[in-house]
Design a protein around this ligand. Structure first.
Ligand code: ADP
Ligand code: MG
Ligand code: MG
Ligand code: MG
Ligand code: MG
Ligand code: MG
Length: 724
């Protein structure tokens, strides 16, 4: 694959000179793909997940846990394992193209990641349409973890914490010891060797820094505890370094403000782990629709999966990783940031290249002009090129927005000839636009279709949870297709929601803008019949197309949110949405047949009838009711839905909340926001123990408190399907 090719990577000044060259060729490649694939039809509804891991070196007899930097060795061991390699395991790219999706049980695929202490694993082939297949996801994730562990040293563990709690504190890596402050990152906290040594990664980091004109500034508000000195000065910042010109930034550049944990390198963001889901749509129209419909769900799932309360050895006042990654790869210049008058650069750019989506792309008639951002920055020439090549305005706008960015890593070998059968130049820009959704065109020369990637979720500690969130979003997607749901709100509100999702415990304390009526207006003229045949019309994907309001089959309870008999005339956009808690969004406002115990009862009283909202879980349940699901499958799926339901209601804790409680209760914690080596070691030990219980299938309820206190408050007591 192009991205990890070998070659001569250009330093920033040379890369900058060739930026237009790459963009031009990238556009030509995009048009080639577009023209080849725009009429592709009837692709299967496939999907796949990606789980990212930290590799830690933990020994209960050693004083501290450290990160293992043996990514390359581990990947090599996996690649050399003939029992895996024979079937085509192990190297980046194979799930995307060359992997044999017809082979019955291909082994998982392991991928390198930015951090040398990270791994990524995907299933050996994408999952299919069958609901039954959803039961294979969790065992497959577990298998991936077991295989990964089998190719590590006995003291190494793949763990799914989003961030290593003390990353950036002295001495957190396995030996050999690397001094900090290398030429690429110029960080005062992390060595260059922390990044994957493949030339792409250090170049990415160095060129982002060069383009920006200074180091990245990743400042996270510190959590103020009772003994936290205030104002708080990050005690790990060294104001007396003189290795690089950038060292001046903390002295005179205001890079390390009071009350913020200060970080200065890409590794602090791209060194975090997440859970991503990619869907293949039946055609481009459906892909564009899914991209839009899943967009407003991004911030909701970010808050619901919150798992990132610690940075560089301190408790943060935020719960999720997103903005830290955003800042860690923010290559905008002072001019683009609006800190200096525009002279050399073309635009003020409101967001980092890692940020929530800024536009919608569907041809859906429900997409009102008011939902767009009138200030969206696009490259007009590129849009013109794309439209001249036959692309419609809306999609051309999307790509013309992505293409305002410069290519960061350019290999000189690629600048010789333009290969229209390749996508390297297009992917150069596309894959360094890290938005919360990604619209993935079909790669040339194989049978992959138009895909949409859902990227905001934080990775969870166990595969039970990761499977639950993956399955949940898959089922929401099926409900969207089946019930023709409409989640549109103005894109600016999605951006605001993304910020809200960062607030500590946002899942319980905050409200998010969300669409009130998911069934109006219909995307096409509709019969409005109460069509609810469980085996209804096939839409070509094997999903049932109801084109009507969801109703539990066999249920006589009237659904308060049935689609009205006539479309509601379009009123002001502001009337279409309101602030909702995540509990309302996920569990609904208390429809009698779907009500959950706990908070939503209270909410159903506080929310007037007119503000009733069905909730995503009840919608998913309605979808499942409409399908012929066998008892075993339904039972397992309900353990997943239960986890989501309880996380949303607060009955169960997010990983962020659990981690805070762990630190708070630890005898070594001085209530001064500092997470010591001892606390970190015990925290990682608890995570490892929780994972071991999972492998044993033992559940988490009676875990010894001295190992993993409150485990059941986060995990519940799910033990597979035993209770059904
Ligand atoms: P990236 O890192 O670029 O997002 P990966 O190859 O790591 O891509 O992961 C892509 C995910 O998409 C994997 O889970 C893979 O199984 C899945 N996948 C591969 N092919 C398809 C397809 N045709 N449709 C849907 N998902 C797919
Ligand atoms: Mg991947
Ligand atoms: Mg990748
Ligand atoms: Mg990844
Ligand atoms: Mg991905
Ligand atoms: Mg609050």
């Amino acid at each position: 694959m192009g991205l990890l090719q070998l070659g001569t990577a250009l330093d920033w000044p040379d890369a900058k000179k060739n930026a237009d060259h790459v963009r031009n060729w990238g556009i030509k490649q995009l048009l080639e793909i577009w023209n080849k694939a725009k009429t592709k039809e009837r692709d299967a509804l496939l999907w796949g997940d990606e789980v990212e891991y930290l590799v830690v070196s933990y020994d209960k007899d050693k004083p501290k846990v450290v990160l293992s930097l043996r990514q390359a060795d581990i990947l090599e061991a996996l690649a050399n394992d003939s029992s895996l390699a024979a079937q085509g395991g192990c190297t980046e790219g194979q799930t995307d193209g060359t992997n044999d999706v017809t082979s019955k049980n291909p082994p998982p695929v392991f991928h390198p990641e930015f951090g040398r202490f990270m791994l990524e694993a995907t299933p050996g082939k994408p999952w299919g349409i069958e609901l039954k297949e959803l039961l294979d996801v969790e065992p497959n994730m577990r298998l991936r973890r077991i295989i990964a562990k089998d190719h590590m040293r006995s003291d190494e563990y793949p763990i799914t914490l989003t961030t290593f709690p003390r990353l950036g504190s002295p001495g957190v890596y396995s030996d050999p010891h690397y001094p900090v402050s290398g030429p690429k990152l110029r960080s005062q906290f992390v060595p260059d060797e922390i990044a994957n040594p493949h030339i792409r990664f250090p170049t990415l980091a160095a060129n982002i820094r060069s383009r920006r004109g200074r180091k990245v500034e990743v400042n996270v508000p510190v959590f103020r505890d009772v003994n936290t000195p205030w104002p708080w000065k990050d005690p790990t910042v060294n104001y007396d370094l003189h290795n690089w010109p950038e060292d001046e930034d903390v002295r005179s550049g205001g890079a390390a403000p009071d009350n913020f944990i200060h970080m200065d390198a890409m590794a602090f963001g791209m060194g975090s782990c997440c859970l991503q889901i990619t869907f293949q749509a039946k055609n481009i129209t459906e892909g564009r629709m899914l991209y839009d419909q899943l967009s407003p769900l991004g911030p909701i799932l970010l808050a619901l999966t919150a798992a990132t309360p610690i940075y560089k050895g301190f408790l943060a006042d935020t719960d999720v990783r997103w903005n830290q990654i955003s800042r860690a790869v923010d290559d905008r210049t002072r001019e683009e940031l609006g800190e200096a008058p525009l002279k050399n650069d073309r635009w003020r750019i409101p967001k980092s290249r890692y940020a929530s989506n800024s536009t919608y792309i569907s041809t859906d008639p429900r997409l009102r002009p008011e939902y767009f951002d009138p200030e969206l920055v696009i490259d007009d020439d590129i849009k013109g090129e794309l439209m001249k090549g036959g692309m419609d305005d809306r999609l051309a706008t999307h790509f013309a927005h992505l293409f305002i960015r410069d290519p960061i890593v350019i290999f000189s070998e690629d600048l010789q000839t333009l290969d229209l059968a390749e996508t390297n130049h297009f992917e150069n820009i596309q894959s360094t636009n890290w938005q919360h959704m990604r619209f993935k065109p079909p790669p040339p020369d194989n049978n992959i279709g138009w895909r949409v990637e859902f990227r905001p979720m934080e990775v969870q500690m166990t595969d039970f949870e990761n499977a639950a969130f993956a399955v949940f979003i898959v089922l929401v997607t099926r409900a969207i297709l089946s019930f023709d749901l409409n989640f549109y709100i103005p894109i600016a509100r999605v951006t605001e929601n993304m910020e809200t999702a960062h607030i500590r415990d946002a899942v319980l304390t905050e409200k998010f803008f969300f669409r009130k009526n998911l069934f109006n207006p219909p995307s096409r003229p509709s019969r409005y019949g109460r069509h609810r045949s469980p085996n209804g019309n096939s839409n070509g994907n094997g999903t049932t197309s109801h084109r009507g309001s969801p109703q539990a089959s066999g249920t006589t309870t009237p659904n308060p949110l049935s689609r009205p008999e006539t479309p509601i005339a379009l009123g002001p956009v502001e009337d279409e949405y309101r602030p909702m808690t995540i509990n309302e969004i996920i569990n609904g406002t208390g429809h009698p047949s779907h009500g959950v115990k706990g908070d939503s009862d209270a909410e159903s009283k506080s929310v007037p009838e007119s503000e009733a909202f069905p909730g995503l879980i009840p919608l998913v349940e309605s979808y499942l009711d409409s399908m012929n699901v066998d008892v075993q499958t339904r039972c397992q799926l309900s353990t997943y839905l239960d986890l989501i339901r309880k996380r949303a209601s607060g009955e169960l804790w997010t990983a962020a909340r659990w981690t805070r409680a762990f630190v708070d209760a630890h005898p070594g914690y001085a209530h001064d926001s500092a997470v010591t080596e001892q606390v970190e070691k015990d925290l990682v030990a608890a995570v490892i123990a929780i994972g071991e219980r999972e492998v044993q299938g033992a559940g988490w309820k009676d875990m010894p408190v001295e190992v993993a206190p409150n485990a059941e408050k986060m995990m519940g007591n799910f033990k597979g399907c035993g209770g059904c």
